[in-house]
Design a binder for this molecule. Structure first.
Ligand code: IPT
Length: 270
């Protein structure tokens, strides 16, 4: 039997590690995985990917593409009676979903810096067209305001390390020096570390940096990155197991599921 996997661009580290985890788990359950990758996010591309998988007669679908609620509903309709599981959607979507807790991830990062005594915190978001980027951003702002703080700067990147480098370089050129930067993913944090180092700033002595994802390489950044761990292996297991259940019992009620995240303290915060 075969699982169809519609995924956002695999040149990004998190989606590629999610696919690897799904492939491993599916293999151990004797399921095949066929992958359809989109170049740029959006409903049209997502539907094309899903239709191409359906035409290959997959038994169920995992969709790791950022989708708004109405978009996910439209994709669900396209799938008709083939079960579909969504990984990059809002927690309030009425469908089969497994997502990491964005509020908890946002809270852990902000409170970590606040506990270290930081008050001048800058935010570097992912592309705000992505639901997950927006949920993390909203969570940061909520936690800051619960502590009567406001971000000293807000930057928007596109998940790539280069965008992190460019955004933080620009911030520093403008003469702004936050005590800490909270970044929406580890790749942009990598770029941020380069920008800080080029300006002669020490991490964490001058500026603290918190990432998000805990991808495979993050422990080997210089310095090793403090970050919010999304356990992609666990997501791979949970999503394949859930999809197999749906394949065997298609008539079950849609079930949203939220996986926990944790703070991994390494060497970029003090
Ligand atoms: C999300 C990652 O956290 C982020 O780094 C980026 O790679 C993004 O995916 C790409 O869409 S994880 C996703 C399951 C919300």
């Amino acid at each position: 039997q075969t699982i169809g996997l519609a995924t956002t661009n695999l040149s990004l580290h998190a989606p590629s590690q999610i696919v690897a985890a799904i492939k491993t788990q599916a293999g151990s359950m004797n399921f095949n995985v066929v992958i359809s990758m989109i170049e740029k996010p959006g409903l049209a591309a997502c539907k094309t990917a899903v239709n191409s998988l359906l035409s290959q007669r997959v038994d169920g679908l995992i969709v790791n593409i950022p989708l708004e609620n109405e978009e996910a509903q439209a994709v669900k309709e396209t799938c008709a009676n083939v079960p579909a599981l969504f990984l990059d959607v809002s927690p309030d979507l009425d469908a089969n979903t497994i997502i990491f807790d964005p509020n908890e991830g946002a809270r852990l990062g902000v409170e970590h810096l606040i506990e270290l005594g930081h008050q001048h915190i800058a935010l570097l978001t992912g592309p705000l067209t992505s639901i997950s980027a927006r949920l993390r951003f909203e969570g940061w702002k909520k936690t800051l305001s619960a502590h009567k703080l406001e971000a000293v700067a807000i930057m928007e990147g596109d998940w790539s390390s280069l965008s992190g480098y460019e955004q933080v370089s620009r911030l520093l050129r403008e003469g702004k020096m936050p005590g800490g930067i909270i970044v929406a993913n580890d790749q942009m944090a990598l770029g941020a570390l380069r920008a800080l180092s080029e300006q002669g700033l020490a991490v964490p002595a001058d500026v603290s940096v918190v990432g998000y994802d805990d991808t495979e390489d993050s422990a080997c950044f210089i310095p090793p990155l403090t970050t919010i761990k999304q356990d992609f292996r666990n997501l791979g297991k949970a999503s394949v197991n859930r999809l197999l259940e749906l394949i065997h019992k298609p008539a079950t009620q849609p079930q949203p599921q939220v996986l926990p995240v944790t703070l991994v303290e390494r060497k970029t915060t003090a």
